[in-house]
Each structure stands twice: as structure tokens, then as C-alpha cells.
Design a protein around this ligand. Sequence first.
Ligand code: ZN
Length: 209
Amino acid sequence: MTFIDVPKSSHRLLAARPAQFCTSCSPGGPGPSPVLRSQLLGWRITCPLCGDLLRAENRRELPSPFPQYRVAALRGEKLLDDEAERGIRTWTSPAEIARLLLMRRVIWPLPREHELWRYRVLGAIVPDLDHVVAAEQVNLPTPAKPILPLHLRPALLAGVAIVERAGPEMLRMLRGHMMGDNKVRFTDAAENMIARAGKLRASGQMQLI
Ligand SMILES: [Zn+2]
């Protein structure tokens, strides 16, 4: 199995070990079985072969706490899949959006220090996230490796789809949820993405002339 064609921006969404499986497509039976590519793709919630929902590798079946974002999540999955597997991007890199959405955000009043890690930019788009993360006491991953547990993944996929559809202004708006160095890092990355999108649009218009 090779990921040589996967663009660099999507590499951080590749799991080192199988994170999920498809009950229909994964070979069962005793003994070690070969790992399928789909088991390592951190942006998938459905099987690329048959379209069934994937199951977590630990075989705990947890329903997603974000059923209302199902359609948006599938759209986000497709955006990330198009980029990783086919090199297709829209105005920006969906994998870059995913990374920004996992950065920390600030809420007011400031929470206690040991709770600060909980609040991510994504929670400003999918408000249920803060509550779910608090209730389940899950450790969300860092932006460096933005692979969420399978049942929480729809939140990130939906967030990617919502930002992609809303466009650059939404990235600028999200800055308001941050402060300090984090805000600077977020702004730099977001402005880079917006500038590249502008160039892309300009060169597209040039071709039309
Ligand atoms: Zn399958």
C-alpha cells in the first residue's frame, strides 16, 4: 500500500495504525489480516469500497453524537477525499481547514486552566462539540494529527464542509475566537490560504479572457 500520491497537506490525516474497519469489506477470521487502505484514512467515516459506515477498530459501536451534521459530514468527507486521493481542491485545501479547526479557541468567561484544552475553533461552528468533549472526557487530537475518534469525526468533517462553503470570510471571522500567539498563528495560516485562493481565482479568470 502506498501513499506516495497523497498530497503533503493530507499526510497528517493518515493514521499510523488501523483506526477503523468495514464489516463488509475487511477480511475477518482468526489470525492477523492484511490492512486495507481505508483503515488508515483519517478523513473517512464511510467505506470507499462499499459506502457502508465504518466501525471503530476497538469494535465499540458508538453512535455519532452529531446526527444533525450527517449531510455536511459526508460533504466534508468527499472534499477531503477529493484532495487526498485525486488532488482536487476547491478555493483552498480542506485538510488545512481541518488543521485550523483543531486549534484552541478562547471562551469567556475563561474556563479553569485544566479545561482550556477542551475548547477548539471547531466548537464555534459545531456548538455541541464542547459539551460532548466535556461529557466524554475525550482528548481531542492536536492540529498536527487531526484524526478524531470515529464517532466524533463527523463534527470535524462537517466543520470543514461548512467553512469551505462559506468561503474566506468565515476563516477571518473565526479569528475572533482566539487570542495571543495562537491568534497570530491562525491568522498567518488563514491569510496564506486566502491569498492563494485569490491567486487561483485570478489565474482562472486570466484563462477565461
Ligand atoms: Zn466496505
